[in-house]
Structures are given as C-alpha cells and as structure tokens.
Design a protein around this ligand. Structure first.
Ligand SMILES: [Zn+2]
Length: 285
C-alpha cells in the first residue's frame, strides 16, 4: 500500500479506536463508534460537496452551474456545523494555485517544499499576492457572513459546544471534532503535497510547467472527491470531471451526477466540452 493511503487508513483507524475508548460509559464502545462514524461520514461528505463540487467545479472553474440557493445553503451549513474553510479566500487561493502551479505565486506549495513544509502551509498558506476572486456571488449575504472573522471563530466554538451538548462528554466530543479535522488536513495534503510531488502517482499528460500528478487509489479518490486526479485537472481545468478515462475511478463525478438527478446542478458549456486529447467517447453526465 502507498504511504499516503496508509496515513489515511491509520487516521480513520485511530479515530475509530478513540471513539470507542472515549465514549461515555452509559453509551458503550459500539454505540460510541456508530455515532462517531455517522458524524465523520456526514461532515466529510458535506465538506466534499462544499469544496470539491460547489466551490471548486462550480465557482472556481465555472464548469458547473449550481442552483444559487443550494450554493448558499451549503456554504452556511458546512461552515456552521462542519469543517470551516473560508469560501472567497479558498476560491482565490485555488485560482492562484492554477495560475502559478508549483511556482512563486502558488499559495499552496512551491516546487521544492517538502512534506512538513507543505503540512505547515495547509494551515498557514503563502500570502495571496493578487485578488482574482471578484465574482458577484462573493458579495451575497451568505458568503459575506461565512467569510467574516466573527463567524469563522464563533461557528467553530458553536459546533464543538453543540457536539458536546449532544453527547454530554467533552473528551468524546473532542475526539470526534479533532479527528475529523485531522482527516481534513490529510485530504488537503493529498491535494497539496502528494499529488504535487513527482515521485508519487502517475501522469497522463507530460506537462513540464507543473508537478501535478494523478493518484488513483480508492481511499484518496473517495476522500478527496477525485481532487487527487491533479495531472488531468491541471491539463484541462474547465472540464467538469477529473477522470479522463472510464477506467479511472471517479467518486467526485458520481456525487455530481447524484446532484444532477436532484436537479441541483447543470453543466456549463465549457464544463461539458471534451477537449480533443481527452480519451473519452462521451462525458457521461
Ligand atoms: Zn482546480
């Protein structure tokens, strides 16, 4: 098994043991594990819809058109109850990441940044030198609230307090709350470090101007909603799917198809255009 997958499985395993060991006596270890698993799954999935689908393909690359009410609901609900990620800042950083990938100006990681340096950058990224996130939606009430400093701080105090109130045990609540966020950092490291370091994964396209790689194993693909297919994605950032062959497992694309079935999203013309060098017969959307 690859080192990055091993780290991911280890985090999940330790999370499960911590939930069992720290569950209140009245609850018992198995119910403790079940509640921990539900908390983890719900907020991992919500964060994936928020970041990989709505902010990434919907807003940052405009490959998808989500219903505006859905975008705003996801922005508020994820950031109020789940893992906080400031929406406007994220979109700006992501666009700069594409513009300068692995070079000066990329807020995520420079060419020679190693594992520990990139881990530090996940929490304290390079300062953005430009603002290229000026879309109208960032001026909406939902984004302005979610971007504000009081909301950033209070939402995380609120959702930890709510979790503690529901389970009535601060150690057990802290294990779930912190465990999910440690897993989120691993997800971020898959995207920022392991898929931007040439010794990991594979390349479909030989683009020399960046270090973007594809990682195709089940856990990284599922956990990141396919954001670890970075070589494909950097080659054609506007395409609405990150897998460029039906042989590549693509969990993120499945979630977008589910949301399409619920009439929450439609493709934009550029999102639905298959570039000539992508070996797909049909988009499958
Ligand atoms: Zn992107």
């Amino acid at each position: 098994m690859k080192s990055y997958s091993l780290v991911g499985y280890a985090i999940i395993l330790v999370y499960g043991f911590a939930c069992m060991a720290l569950a209140p006596a009245a609850m018992g270890p198995w119910l403790g594990l079940l509640i921990g698993a539900i908390y983890f799954t719900v907020f991992w999935f919500l964060a994936g819809v928020y970041l990989a689908d709505v902010l990434h393909l919907g807003i940052a690359h405009r490959a998808l058109n989500f219903k505006p009410w859905f975008v705003k609901t996801v922005v508020i609900v994820n950031n109020l109850f789940g893992v906080y990620v400031g929406p406007t800042d994220w979109v700006n950083r992501h666009r700069l990441h594409h513009k300068y990938a692995d070079h000066a100006g990329d807020p995520n990681k420079l060419d020679d940044d190693g594992l520990w340096r990139t881990l530090y950058l996940c929490l304290f990224p390079y300062k953005c030198t430009e603002n290229i996130a000026k879309d109208e939606i960032f001026n909406s009430m939902a984004f302005r609230v979610a971007d504000s400093l009081p909301f950033t701080i209070l939402s995380q105090i609120f959702n930890f307090a709510l979790l503690w109130y529901l389970v009535r045990d601060w150690k057990y609540a802290l294990a779930m709350w912190l465990g999910l966020r440690i897993f989120a950092i691993w997800v971020n490291m898959i995207q920022n470090y392991w898929t931007h370091t040439r010794q990991f994964g594979y390349r479909r396209y030989g683009d020399e101007h960046d270090n973007a790689m594809n990682i195709g194993e089940w856990l990284p693909i599922t956990a990141t909603f396919s954001a670890c297919l970075q070589n494909n994605h950097h080659h054609h950032p506007s395409l609405l799917r990150l897998s460029h062959s039906d042989e590549e497992y693509d969990f993120g694309f499945k979630t977008i198809r589910w949301m399409k079935a619920l009439r929450l999203v439609a493709a934009t013309p550029k999102g639905a255009t298959i570039p000539p060098d992508v070996p797909l017969e049909t988009l499958g959307f």
